[in-house]
Design a protein around this ligand. Structure first.
Ligand SMILES: C[C@H](O)[C@H](O)[C@H]1CNC2=NC(N)=NC(=O)C2=N1
Length: 105
């Protein structure tokens, strides 16, 4: 998957396709917070995405405290958003939508 920066048209269309993700002020990056029933569910979510990150050589910036995981995505080599970030966001959304994810609420 290319690591070139997104074109303006790509950016508009691709960001619209990941509506749960918000632009990060001052950075060409996107972020989303995920809440789970407990730490075990949060960590299982991270473990699943860690495997994806390794397979695709594309790694998130993330923060975890107990039942919460905050993920920020950007491509360091491009110093901004690329297709890899959109792909990762979709993977994270799919993992969170999985019935076994034990989401909060
Ligand atoms: C050497 C290794 O392939 C590169 O550092 C990869 C690793 N994971 C990465 N992750 C992200 N988010 N951006 C990158 O540019 C990147 N580059």
């Amino acid at each position: 998957m290319p690591t070139r920066p997104l074109t303006e048209d790509e950016r508009r269309d691709l960001l619209a396709s990941v509506p749960h993700w918000d632009a990060v002020p001052g950075r060409d990056a996107i972020r989303r917070s995920f809440r789970f029933v407990d730490f075990g569910a949060a960590f299982a979510f991270m473990a699943r995405l860690a495997a994806h990150a390794e397979r695709h050589d594309h790694h998130p910036e993330w923060f975890n405290v107990y039942d919460r995981v905050d993920i920020t995505l950007s491509t360091h080599e491009a110093n901004g958003l690329t297709h890899r970030d959109i792909d990762f966001a979709r993977q994270a959304d799919a993992a969170y939508a999985d019935p076994g994810a034990r989401r909060e609420g």
